[in-house]
Design a protein around this ligand. Sequence first.
Ligand code: 5GP
Length: 190
Amino acid sequence: MKELQEKIKEYGTVLPGNVLKVDAFLNHQVDPVLMKHMGKEFAKLYKDAGVTKIWTVESSGIAPAVMTGLAMNVPVIFARKHKSLTLKDDLYTASVYSYTKETTNQISISKKYVSPTDKVLLIDDFLANGQALEGMLQIAQAAGVEVAGAGIVIEKTFQKGGQELRKQGLRIESLAKVSSLANGKAEFED
Ligand code: 5GP
């Protein structure tokens, strides 16, 4: 997606450890117009996939996920990273190692909002080693829910997640594919 590539070129900075910082439009300040366009794009890519629900992981996946849900007219669930007073029982959970925070989190989705007839689209802001998607896939498997595929805002194709999950048969659509962050510069793959 050209518009997204331009934003990355204009505002993206590269941090140690091959981390792309896009706080200007995705991970802290959010660009609603870009989010809306991305939601429409994911909706177009998955229009014939029979999607009934969008799943993401809090927090940076929420903005593109909500815009996709709006474009597809389906509800959005964000897996919670912390148990709270309001989310305690009857949960599906999975462990997810966070690439940027270098910690392991439990992610949880309430059974109340999961139905075996669901067909879910997994949305996330980044795909690096695939841990976040794997966590959601584990929950889908435990819940007996079908997965239509994944929609990723920025895939770092030089890391192994995308390749491994596609090999397992998961459909993954990424709006920007970054093939390198060497020398502080994002290179794109078409
Ligand atoms: P994975 O689970 O695929 O290894 O990493 C995906 C998660 O880690 C995303 O949900 C995102 O929060 C975070 N992440 C991975 N790589 C980057 C990056 O280069 N920049 C930012 N801002 N977040 C990243």
